[in-house]
Design a protein. Structure first.
Length: 174
């Protein structure tokens, strides 16, 4: 069943505003990630809508909280994906997650090339995979792999989340 048009409009507004503020200030404001999706889904679909919104919020929060704990994402990204999950529900959130990951990969490659750090990034990627395979947080041995380190090569992930969400909206996935 296709989401209600109000849900589609809400999620588009949230991610566009988040991307704009993330680009401008490198932060995603708390007021933007308040879970209006919970209220809207409850109003449209009753308790089943609220349950679906809670499940989507928990899924988005859970996946991105792991990335936050690995110092690979900021807290604003976690809250934004939880808010997106609350609006679109768990099934649609998975599509948004995949599309956002692909958009993030494209943006990361472009940024890496633009900054002239391709060799360093490839080496870091291999190091990260090795550390994660041994269940170790990569930032513990290489501090510049912490997203909060000033030497880190990072990008405004809110842009990737917005791109992934908008692609899903345009293709009719959500």
């Amino acid at each position: 069943m296709a989401p209600h048009s109000a849900i589609r409009i809400l999620v588009a507004a949230i991610v566009v505003a988040a991307a704009a503020t993330d680009l401008r200030t490198r932060r995603i404001p708390n007021w933007l990630t308040l879970c209006a999706g919970l209220s809207l889904n409850w109003a449209i679909s009753g308790l089943s809508g609220l349950g679906n919104a809670l499940a989507g919020m928990m899924l988005g929060f859970g996946v991105y909280f792991v990335l936050y704990c690995l110092h690979a994402m900021g807290a604003g990204d976690v809250k934004l994906m939880a808010a997106v999950g609350a609006v679109v529900g768990p099934r649609n959130w998975i599509a948004v997650f995949i599309a956002s990951a692909l958009a993030g990969g494209v943006l990361a490659v472009a940024l890496t090339i633009r900054k002239g750090r391709v060799r360093e990034t490839l080496g870091n990627t291999l190091f990260i995979v090795g550390e994660l395979a041994h269940l170790r947080a990569p930032y513990n041995r290489r501090k510049h792999l912490d997203v909060r380190d000033p030497r880190a090569l990072n990008m405004p992930h809110g842009v990737a989340i917005a791109a992934g969400t908008l692609v899903c909206l345009l293709w009719g996935v959500i």
